[in-house]
Write a new protein. Structure first.
Ligand SMILES: NC(=O)c1ccc[n+]([C@@H]2O[C@H](COP(=O)([O-])OP(=O)(O)OC[C@H]3O[C@@H](n4cnc5c(N)ncnc54)[C@H](O)[C@@H]3O)[C@@H](O)[C@H]2O)c1
Length: 252
């Protein structure tokens, strides 16, 4: 028996990294998972790997018609949504910068995916949860950069993540009466496509490792357990919280 047996989930950013790891863990725990990503090839491959309880939802989270259509598909298939986990994001390494040097187009592109994309997925995902009347669990992915100094240099990204974390709290307050819990996950540095250019540079990798008292940077597998916990009924009294799974970066 899995802790998510029978649950219907959507994971955004499921084509890669932390989202893909969460989707894999949800399926292993018994959930049926819509793999939402703009990278069609990646989610088709993931669906193939994960088997019959995973299916691709090709969607650009910055496009409201695309998001509405993906959640309409979920509603038609299942009539409900129990878990929405939002991981789709970009970090424009090499373009993001301190505000006095930051191109406003880079700000807009970052916020379009990272904050507006989370808003749109929450908007259409919560509508499905409200329509079923059964409640649900929303899990939004924040970042230490939204809270602490470790976002230095990445002003657009850090501000977008701070926005996601504020949205998480206010949603938790307003949807609790509908039995919809809303929590955030705060990862440390995790080795994924997003961080590839950073962790592949030995000097930057050493600097990033030194930020983590636990002595290493993380993997998508390190982030899967917290997502399963928040998706499951084991966390039924948790809402409006941010769960740090960050190798100790926040207490260094
Ligand atoms: N990797 C880290 O060190 C780290 C640290 C803190 C927070 N995070 C957060 O974790 C989450 C997952 O990051 P990751 O490292 O796994 O990244 P990743 O780049 O490996 O995966 C991100 C996924 O989002 C998808 N995506 C991007 N834009 C999209 C769009 N417009 N529509 C639909 N899908 C889109 C990409 O195709 C990709 O599959 C993000 O929210 C990120 O900000 C990551």
């Amino acid at each position: 028996m899995g802790s998510l047996d029978g649950k219907i989930a959507v994971v955004t950013g499921a084509g890669s990294g932390i989202g893909r790891g969460a989707a894999r863990a949800f399926v292993a725990e018994g959930a049926t998972v819509g793999l939402l990503d703009r990278n069609a090839a990646a989610i088709e491959e993931a669906a193939h790997q994960l088997g019959q309880r995973a299916y691709p939802l090709v969607c650009d989270v910055t496009d409201e018609a695309s998001v509405a259509s993906a959640f309409a598909t979920v509603r038609e298939r299942h009539g409900r949504l129990d878990v929405l986990a939002t991981y789709a994001a970009v970090q424009l390494v090499g373009e993001d910068a301190p505000v006095h040097e930051l191109d406003s187009e880079v700000w807009t592109r970052t916020h379009d995916v990272n904050l507006r994309g989370v808003f749109l997925c929450c908007k259409h995902g919560v509508r499905v949860m409200l329509a079923s009347g059964d409640g649900g669990s929303v899990i939004n992915c924040g970042s230490p950069t939204g809270l602490t100094m470790c976002g230095a240099g990445w002003h657009a990204y850090a501000a977008s993540k701070a926005g996601v974390m504020a949205l998480t709290r206010v949603m938790a307050a307003d949807y609790a009466r509908h039995k919809i819990r809303v929590n955030g996950i705060v990862p440390g540095t995790i080795e994924t496509t997003l961080t590839r250019t950073l962790v592949d540079d030995p000097e930057i990798r050493a600097q990033l490792t030194a930020l983590h008292p636990i002595g290493r940077i993380g993997t998508p597998e390190d982030m899967a357990g917290i997502a399963v916990f928040l998706a499951s009924d084991a966390s039924k009294f948790a809402t409006g919280a941010h769960f740090h799974v960050d190798g100790g970066i926040s207490v260094r």
